[in-house]
Design a protein around this ligand. Structure first.
Ligand SMILES: *[C@@H]1O[C@H](CO)[C@@H](O)[C@H](O)[C@H]1NC(C)=O
Length: 476
């Protein structure tokens, strides 16, 4: 989530090739006659990004308007006091100083309270409260279960569990046991030591928070997604198979490969197929999956965000936007849905904020069958509301430009459309604007009449701009 400086430089160097984006060609489809699930904002989570006093110390944190989060319908906040100006427990406690722990816990608690006020769930990151976020020199501190001794880490977990309980920080809580244990930045130790720490933590948390408490235990939150060629994941699958009592309530991993992933990769659909294969190979049970950091920073644009939403919804995986900020910048922009003003006291909306708002506030009713044939680079997320007589289409693309035909089939299945020969359509573009403020989506067509063809379809042919998302509202 942070410390990707080397990768960033590589990405900048490669940006010259950006304008050569290939159009792989695809046709989008919607079937108004097939609908079902109720939208629950699976893909509207964020990693950090929520202002809290500790992150702004020694300055005063600005007051943050709740509506910026509630209008974007944030569903998950993942937090743990990272990058605040206090080292965590593991960097101080062995010298008798608990201030860093207390500050990082206070930061987490304030974020928890904000999230719960917004109706969002919380994913807690104990590794950050321990101080495993590379704020201090990685090699200076103590890491859980160093030299086979988990006792100091056990004292940390006991204190953390007591503080969670005494602060009523339990409802809506999930605990991600450790972040990115497959990467040096967050776990400069062996996989065997990770497994020792993981089981030790899991058992302590589970005895404090039995399944009946509703607290979910998650893992392993890897930097690399599961796959047949991923030795770390294969070893982890075998470990869980041998130790079924520590199989997590929610499996977690990250999707951070970036826009240059070959063949429209970094794809939650492909990752879920790989995960299911691995799960089957090691006889692990089906449980919910969370990709709790998705999109490398060059994938944080409206077009990619809409595509990620569609892909996550397609496989029923919850998703939290990655956060590429550090220090205060990790805590101040809802994982780059917002643009803080230069004095840090007010915020403008970025294009992606409007994608979230459309997804969460306009796309109500029932999820409707939709997709794109011909390429993984295109997808659609579609809802319909039969009480209001409307269909709402979010068109996401992964780095594509040019034409995108979309056929909306069986429109007369909607009772309000049954006797019509034309519908009205409002089409909007949500631009990237190079990370500049976007006050509102751009209206391309306002309530324009579109004919229903001889098949009972309504047909569109969008002209995509790179990085833009598009919305189509259909009504009588
Ligand atoms: C969409 O528009 C493009 C460019 O204007 C055109 O080449 C293509 O044939 C159109 N596709 C459909 C299905 O109308």
């Amino acid at each position: 989530m942070v410390f990707k400086a080397a990768l960033t430089l590589l990405s900048l160097a490669a940006s010259a090739t950006l304008s050569n984006a290939v159009n792989f060609g695809a046709t989008g489809y919607v079937d108004v006659a097939v609908y079902g699930g109720t939208p629950d904002g699976k893909a509207a989570g964020i990693l950090y990004g929520v202002p809290n006093q500790v992150a702004y110390d020694p300055n005063t944190a600005p007051s943050f308007p709740d509506s910026l989060a509630t209008d974007a319908g944030i569903t998950y906040v993942r937090t743990g006091g990272a990058q605040t100006p206090y080292p965590g427990w593991g960097m101080q406690a062995n010298r008798g100083n608990y201030q860093g722990y207390e500050k990082r816990f206070a930061s987490s608690l304030e974020n928890y309270r904000s999230a719960r006020r917004w109706g969002a769930k919380v994913v807690l990151l104990p590794h950050d409260i321990w101080g495993g976020d590379a704020y201090a020199d990685l090699q200076k501190g103590e890491w859980p279960c160093d030299n086979g001794d988990c006792s100091e880490y056990g004292r940390f977990l006991d204190r953390l569990i007591a503080d969670l309980k005494s602060n009523s920080m339990v409802e809506g809580l999930a605990i991600d046991i450790w972040n990115e244990p497959d990467g040096y930045g967050f776990w400069p130790r062996s996989q065997d030591q990770f497994h020792q720490m993981y089981s030790f933590s899991f058992n302590k948390f589970r005895s404090a928070f039995p399944t009946s408490s509703g607290v979910l235990l998650q893992g392993p939150a890897t930097e690399q997604p599961p796959g047949a060629n991923n030795g770390w994941w294969q070893a982890h699958g075998a470990y869980l198979q041998k130790n079924p009592s520590v199989i997590p309530d929610v499996y977690s991993y990250h999707a951070l490969i970036g826009r240059y992933a070959a063949d429209c990769g970094n794809d939650p659909v492909t990752m879920q197929q790989d995960f299911d294969a691995l799960r089957g190979k090691y006889g692990l049970p089906i449980r919910p999956v969370q990709i709790n950091e998705f999109a490398y920073k060059d994938e944080q644009t409206p077009g990619y965000y809409a595509w990620f939403i569609s892909r996550l919804e397609r496989v029923g995986v919850s998703g939290l936007r990655a956060n590429w900020g550090s220090r205060v910048g990790l805590h101040n922009d809802l994982a780059r849905l917002l643009l803080p003003s230069s004095d840090g006291k007010s915020w403008s909306k970025l294009g992606e904020w409007h994608v979230a708002q459309y997804y969460r506030k306009t796309q109500t009713g029932k999820i409707t069958l939709a997709g794109a044939a011909g390429s993984k680079c295109f997808d659609l997320y579609v809802t319909q509301d039969r009480s209001a007589g409307r269909v709402n289409i979010l068109a996401g693309v992964r780095g594509q430009e040019g034409p995108y035909p979309i056929n909306v089939k069986n429109v007369r299945n909607m009772p309000q459309f049954a006797n019509l020969n034309a519908l009205r359509a409002t089409i909007k573009e949500i631009p990237f604007n190079n990370l500049g403020a976007v006050s509102a989506p751009t209206i391309l067509q306002n309530a324009a009449s579109v004919p229903i063809d001889g098949n009972g379809w309504v047909n569109f042919n969008l002209t995509l701009k790179l990085d833009s998302a598009y919305t189509i509202d259909l009504f009588a």
